[in-house]
Design a binder for this molecule. Structure first.
Ligand SMILES: [Zn+2]
Ligand SMILES: [Zn+2]
Length: 661
């Protein structure tokens, strides 16, 4: 047989050679470092025979793929450790049964049916046993059994789970097993791929938790215990991951949002309907001001629309029936006329477009609104500010000609990138969300030719702008494809924040048109965009991203003035007035606490600047400050301090520029 290497070289090998034999033929050094293979682009392992004529690459520790092999083998190592652990405690080996053990993001899991419930102490003991199995460096042997023999084996072992898995496989299909540590070690029904031995896994792993999981996700089936583990190539990656998990708990927007008095959820108001407290109100004002500044510069015009409308509007727009599941039920008014609360602003903007005759000279027309919408989410899906039932969004619709599409579309993409820069978001992925053929006529407007054409317009626009993106099927809006932007916070949490959608269907449905340069009646394209998502999701995200340490422009309270003694109250209040005159938000702590307690209180509130004023400051018209964003300073002229903060706020800097000495 012959194989081809990545550099195009061909190797002649005996028939039925494995990946290991290929590595050995290339060189003994590589054979030693090899962890797996990539055969015709697909991840495989050294234990597997290579088909004649295949292109094969050897995977070593340095390959990004290696970690997937290692995580999978760690799942097997964990399963062996769990079985040994229970046998050692006097349980029979057959009483430890197993479901499935796949690789997941950052790690692996395995589902167990065990004689008793696991505790955190058990996890520690199991992890220690895993390290012993890794140290023993047991080879993983792969072999095949005919389906009947495999079935017979698990029936004999009285293992209902593996028996069921084999029964689901096609008759005649070869069934593969991986065995480590011989017959007495551990053998699993498994497709692989795996590293060649237990010693080849990364040492940077950790068992994280145990949780209940129904067999095959079916709540009528037995509940198994799922042990989760994480594993990374380097110690640094593992440490970073563990840090992110700890930080995520501390930064949880529900916890910090309450501590910082930003929002509440109230039982009488209802689930998913947040109330913004004054501090949250300030943040919202600042974000709306930002959006307005950006949209003014981008040639948008602002409009307003009501919170509800007659059914006929949503029938025309297609929200009924395509979007009905996400809408609140109808209200009947005026002798049986049905009204709906709006889930989106678009139909109203379309009516505004249609309110006047439009010619090509009026286009592009960009209509913007900070609209409040309501969407029905199942109560089980609601989560803090991230999944809510009432939401406000910086929404806008651009009506343009097909020729103008690319320019307008890319202007929107540029706007996203500018927002991300302002918020210090440097980890994001743009995704072209496309339709799926099966969904046509149900989830998606039934016109495949238009779908394909519009998806290609978006694809070409992204390519010509050099913006990297990925494509995904079955994620589009009902009226057209969209660009979804997945962003990651400073602690690695992923959110889908912004979308930029192309609508080729609704304008036509609603009879929107303009008169072209050729005097012909034409249907405009509509771009829907909401680059800052909703206030709810954005602020939830920002709380976690900044851990409550908001940049000066966004901080609800920018300066807390702490007078050393009561006699400094007058000076402190005059200082706050001077800040206010420069558009800055400050308060004076006139409470009866001691100075240190006041400083502590301001720190807990994460006020970016704490200004301390006493006799010296008052005499010299100066301030001394502590800041969460720059080194502490003493005796700064008030004028310089105010100008310093006003500059950071006006330019919406993430951190103020250093204050000259
Ligand atoms: Zn496996
Ligand atoms: Zn819209």
């Amino acid at each position: 047989m012959q194989v081809e290497l990545p550099d195009g070289k061909r190797l002649e090998l005996p028939d039925g050679s494995t990946g290991a034999a290929v590595a050995q033929a290339i060189g003994p050094g590589l054979a030693k470092a090899a962890l797996g293979t990539r055969v015709n682009g697909k991840l495989s392992d050294l234990q597997t025979t290579v088909p004649d004529g295949a292109t094969i690459a050897i995977v070593t520790k340095r390959d990004g793929d290696a970690i997937a092999l290692q995580r999978h083998t760690l799942a097997h190592v964990m399963a062996q450790a769990v079985r040994e652990y229970f046998v050692e405690q006097g349980f029979s080996a057959n009483s430890v049964r197993m479901g499935i053990g796949p690789v997941i993001e950052n790690g692996f899991y395995y589902d167990f049916d065990l004689p008793r419930t696991l505790t955190p102490d058990d996890l520690e003991a199991i992890e220690a046993r895993m390290r012993a199995i890794v140290a023993a460096d047991l080879p993983l042997r792969k072999y095949e059994l005919p389906r009947d023999a495999a079935l017979e084996r698990f029936v004999r072992l009285e293992d209902p789970y593996k028996t069921e898995l084999i029964e689901d496989l096609q008759a005649g299909e070869a069934i593969t097993f991986y065995e480590q540590g011989g017959e007495s070690g551990f053998t699993d029904l498994c497709r692989g791929p795996h590293v060649p031995s237990t010693g080849a896994v990364t040492p940077h792993f950790k068992l994280m938790s145990v949780a209940g999981a129904y067999w095959r996700g079916d709540e009528t089936r037995p509940m198994l215990q799922r042990i989760y583990g994480v594993a990374f190539t380097t110690r640094e990656e593992l440490d970073k991951h563990l840090w992110q998990i700890e930080e995520a708990k501390k930064r949880d927007h529900r916890k910090l949002g309450a501590e910082l008095d930003i929002f509440i959820l109230d039982d009488d108001v209802g689930p998913g309907l947040p109330l913004w407290l004054p501090r949250g109100g300030v943040m919202i004002d600042q974000i709306e001001k930002l959006a307005k500044d950006m949209e003014d510069a981008g040639g948008y015009q602002r409009v307003r629309s009501p919170h509800l409308s007659k059914e006929s509007l949503f029938l025309k727009s297609g929200h009924l029936p395509y979007y009905e599941e996400s809408m609140f039920p109808a209200m009947e008014l005026d002798n049986g006329i049905r009204y709906f609360i709006k889930p989106m602003n678009c139909p109203f903007h379309h009516k505004i477009f249609d309110a006047r005759p439009r010619s090509y000279r009026d286009l592009p027309l960009r209509l913007a609104e900070y609209g409040t919408c309501y969407r029905y989410e199942d109560s089980g899906a609601l989560m803090g500010l991230m999944r809510v039932r009432s939401m406000q969004m910086t929404d806008a619709h651009t009506y343009c000609t097909e020729e103008r599409f690319e320019v307008e579309f890319l202007k929107v993409i540029d706007m996203y990138v500018e927002y991300f820069r302002l918020f210090g978001i440097d980890d994001y992925v743009m995704r072209l969300s496309k339709h799926a053929t099966e969904g046509l006529g149900k989830k998606y407007v039934d016109n495949q030719a238009l779908w394909l054409k519009t998806e290609d317009m978006v694809r070409q626009a992204m390519i010509s702008a050099g913006v990297p993106f990925v494509e995904e099927e079955d994620e589009a809006a009902f009226y057209g494809p969209k660009i979804d932007v997945q962003i990651r916070s400073a602690i690695g949490r992923e959110f889908s924040l912004a979308t930029n959608q192309v609508d080729f269907a609704v304008p036509d449905r609603m009879g929107l048109h303009y008169v072209g340069a050729d005097n012909e009646r034409k249907v405009p394209l509509v771009l829907h965009r909401a680059p800052l998502s909703t206030h709810e999701r954005l602020i939830g995200f920002l709380i976690e991203h900044f851990a409550g340490d908001f940049p000066v422009w966004l901080a609800p309270e920018q300066v807390r003035v702490v007078p050393i003694a009561d006699r400094h109250f007058g000076y402190a209040n005059r200082l706050v007035e001077r800040l206010a005159a420069a558009g800055l938000r400050g308060t004076v702590d006139e409470g009866g606490d001691r100075m240190n307690a006041k400083i502590r209180a301001a720190e807990l509130y994460k006020v970016p600047y704490i200004v301390i004023v006493g006799d010296n400051e008052e005499a010299g018209d100066r301030v001394s400050f502590r800041s969460r964003q720059e080194p502490e300073r003493k005796d700064v002229a008030v004028e310089a301090f105010v100008a310093h903060l006003a500059d950071a706020a006006a330019r919406r800097l993430l951190k103020p520029e250093p204050l000259a000495a």
